[in-house]
Design a protein around this ligand. Sequence first.
Ligand code: ARG
Length: 605
Amino acid sequence: QPAPVPTYQPVDLSEGRMVALFDHVRNMLEMGIEATFPGKGFANAMLVGSNVSYKSAAALTLLKRIDGLGFPYKTAHDIASAIHKNLPKSTLLESSHFEVDERGFITVVVPAKLLATILTNIVVHGVLPPKQEKKKRVIIDFSSPNIAKEMHVGHLRSTIIGESLCRLLEYRGFEVLRVNHVGDWGTQFGMLIAHLKDEFPNFRNESPPIGDLQAFYKASKKRFDADEEFKKRAYTEVVKLQAGTDADVRHAWKLICDESRREFELIYKRLHVTIKEKGESFYQPMMPSVVADLEKRGFVQVEDGRKIMFVPDQAVPLTVEKSDGGYTYDTSDLAAIKYRIEEEHADWIIYVVDVGQSLHLETVFSAAKHVGWLDPAKVRVDHVAFGLVLGEDGKKFKTRSGDTVRLVDLLDEAVERAKVVLDSKRGGDLQPEEYAAALDAVSYGAVKYADLSTSRTSDYTFSFDRMLKLVGNTAPYLLYAYTRMSSIARNAGIDVSKEIAKHPCEFTEGPELALARALIRFPEILNRITDDLMPHTLGSFLYEICQLYSTFYEKLRIIEHDVDKATGTKTIKSIHYPRLALCEAASLVLKQGLSILGMDVVGKM
Ligand code: ARG
C-alpha cells in the first residue's frame, strides 16, 4: 500500500511570479511518485502544448528496470494512473485537473480561473523572476576575440549567445560575472611588436596612428612569412614580452592592445553588450606557480623539451610550458579555471566558445577535476558550443573578395537593410528619435535574433534577406507584433494595471484560453534554457505567442469604437478588460523574453 500523501503547501502566486505554478505542479507530481514508488522520487515535469505534463512514460521504463520482477504495473498508462491517484492535495489544482493519456503522459489543464489570477498578477506587478534563496555566482566567458586580429563572425556568435545567457541568468537572480577572455598573449605579438617598432620608431613618445589593425596585422604577417631575419626578431620580441623585463616591448604590446580594445568597444556599444576584459595576460603572473604546483604533484612530464600533462580519458595532452619556457593557451585556461574557482568563488562557469574548441575545453575541465581544483558536485562547468557561420553559398562566410567579414561592415549593412524594411512599412510618420530607436531595434535585433532563433549547435547561414523578412520567425515580425500588442491600451489612453483591479477577469473563448495557457509557460521555458543553455527554445516560444496573439486579435473584439459619420472621429464604445489584460500580459512577456535575447523593443515602428 502506498504511503499516505501529505498535503502540498500552497504556493504564493501573487505578484508576477508565475514560475510558482510550474514548480507547484512539478512538486505535486514528484510527491505522487514518491507516494506510489517510495524512494523513487525522480521527476521530469514538462509542459506540453498548453498544459503541464509529466513525462511518466520515460520515468517508468526506468522504474521497471529498477524494480525488476514483481513490478505490478504493465503499461505506462498504469503507472501514470497510479501517480495520478496519489497526487497530494493542493489549494490550486484538483485531481480532476490532471488527465492521464495512453502514452502515460499526465497533463494538467490549468483551470480558467487560475489563468485569470496569474495573468492579472502579471499585469499588475510585471513579469517577475522566481525568488532565489542563495545568490549563486556564475562566470560567463564569452566574446573573447583575439587582439589585433579583427573580431570576426565567430566572435559575433559568441558575443550574441553569451550576452543572452548573461541576461537570462541575471534575470533569474544569479550574480553574473561577464568575462572577456581576450587573446592578448599569443605568439602573434612578436611580429606585431617588431613591425610596430619599424613602422613607428617614435612609438615610445607618440601614440602611433595604427588605424586599420587588420591591415597592420596582414602587413606584419606578410613580412613574417617572407623574411627570415624579421621572423627571428619577432621571436625575440615574444620572448622579451613573456619575460616581462623589457619596458619598451611591454609598451608596444599595450599600444596594440589598446587599439584593438577601442575597436571591440565600438561593436559592444552598438550591440548593447556589457563585458569586462580579463584576457590571457591577466593570468600570466599565476602561470609559473600553476606549472610548478602541477610538476611538484607529479602531473607533468617532459617530451621534446616541452612540459606536458596527460589527462585521464583525454586523447591529447595539454602543453603547460613550451621548450623555450613560454606558456600556452592551455596554460592560460588552466590558470583561469583555477582562479575562477578558488579566487572568484564561482558556483558555475560557462564558456561560450565555438565547437572547434570542444576538445581543448573538455581536456581543461578534466584536468581541473583530476588535480582537484574542480569538484563537479559543487561547481557546474559548461561549454556552450556553437557551429560555424556560413554564407548563403553554404561555404564559410566571406566577403565577395574572399576576405573575412569585418563586424563593423556587417553591422553597417544591417542598418542599411533595416532602413529599407522600415521605410516599406510606415517609418515615414515617426519622429526622428522614434525612427532611430526603431532602426536600432530592427537592425541589431535581426542580427541577434537570426543567430539565437536557430539551435546554436548547428552551423548557421547568415542571410540579411531572411533575417529581415516581415513574416515568419524573424526579429521584424516579433517587433511589429510587440508594437501591436502594446499600442492598444496606449492609444486608448488606458492604464490597464489600474483598471484590471476594478473589473473581474475571466477567459472563456478558445483563442483567449490558448493565448493565456501559452503565456503561463514562460517560466518553464526559462527553466529549460537555464538547464540546457539553448536559447532558441525561447525564440520559438515567443514566436508562438505572437501567432496565438494574432489569431486572438483577429477573432475577438478588444475595444469597440463609435465613428462619427460626419467628422470621422472615433470614440470608445466598449472595452473588454480581460482581453485588454491579456494583450498587456502578452506584451510584457514578449518584452521580457526579447530582452533576454538581447533585444530592445519599441512602441512604434
Ligand atoms: N580567444 C579565443 C579564440 O578566439 C577564445 C577564448 C575562449 N575562452 C577561453 N577561456 N578559452 O578562439
